[in-house]
Design a protein around this ligand. Structure first.
Ligand code: MG
Length: 261
């Protein structure tokens, strides 16, 4: 009797500890789960910005010239700034999925109203426009104001700075995917930050943006040039860079490649 009682007491004291151990250890009994996908190593990129840009960015305009753009000779490049005039410009290189940074300023001297005031635009793939407009106290249709995906999605907030001040767009773009027969397998998608604020959150486009007709898709290449619009207003630009987004593609032995998005 004397020897049994201490053993029972000991078990009662240890019971809570045994329960905790059972709960925490039980899920690990089968061993660690692994996907089995063989991934290549993600490239190492210096996270410290070089002149304010990611180390792997392609510089499209650094204030010196517009030599990476067709039509760039028409624009005025002065004091590190490119001013729109005479027509749009188009990158000589083609891009698909990308992260793009653009700094722009509408004219300090306010002229015109609505769509006639500080209008320009960034056309991903030359087809999908993020509107540039002086939307500081300037009424227009909401899906045509600054940061709108033109005539498809107004910005969630109006983050526009006053005329003449520098503003930033950071655009994360996923190109549409088409089947062989031209049907859309995945629509284009855009996330846009205006002056650091998310104004478009993975918006799925319903087609190319146009002012004169409803949006629609037509099958096109996986990569195309990016355009910046001249809409009659001397909108200024500086510090434009882009990072093509290359998915990491892994493979499960004996199965199809697995792509991240
Ligand atoms: Mg425009």
């Amino acid at each position: 009797m004397n020897s049994a009682r201490p053993a029972t007491l000991c078990f009662q004291r240890l019971l809570p500890l045994l329960i905790v151990l059972a709960v925490t250890v039980a899920p690990c009994v089968g061993g660690e789960w692994k996907s089995g996908i063989v991934w290549p190593e993600p490239p190492v990129v210096d996270p410290e910005p070089v002149d304010g840009r990611p180390a792997d960015a392609i510089v499209l305009f650094d204030g010196k010239d517009l030599s990476r753009w067709n039509g760039g000779e028409r624009w005025l490049v002065e004091d590190g700034v490119a001013t729109a005039r005479g027509g749009g410009i188009s990158t000589k290189e083609s891009f698909g999925d990308c992260q793009m940074h653009v700094e722009w300023a509408s004219p300090a001297e306010v002229k015109g109203s609505g769509q006639g005031r500080g209008n320009s635009g960034v056309y991903l793939m030359g087809k999908y426009e993020v509107q540039i407009l002086d939307s500081h106290g300037n009424e227009t249709y909401f899906d045509g104001q600054a940061g709108a995906i033109y005539k498809q999605s107004p910005p969630m907030v109006n983050a526009c700075r006053p005329p003449g001040q520098w503003q930033t767009y950071d655009i994360i773009f996923r190109a549409p995917r088409f089947a062989e027969d031209g049907t859309v397998e995945q629509p284009a998608a855009m996330t846009v930050l205006h002056n650091g604020m998310v104004i478009q959150n993975n918006f799925r486009l319903v087609g190319a943006t146009a002012w004169h007709k409803p949006p629609s898709y037509e099958k096109h290449e996986a990569k195309l040039p990016i355009d910046i619009q001249f809409h009659g207003n001397p909108v200024r630009f500086r510090n434009i860079w882009i990072r093509p987004l290359v998915p990491i593609v892994g493979k499960k032995p004996g199965e199809s490649p697995v792509e991240t998005e």
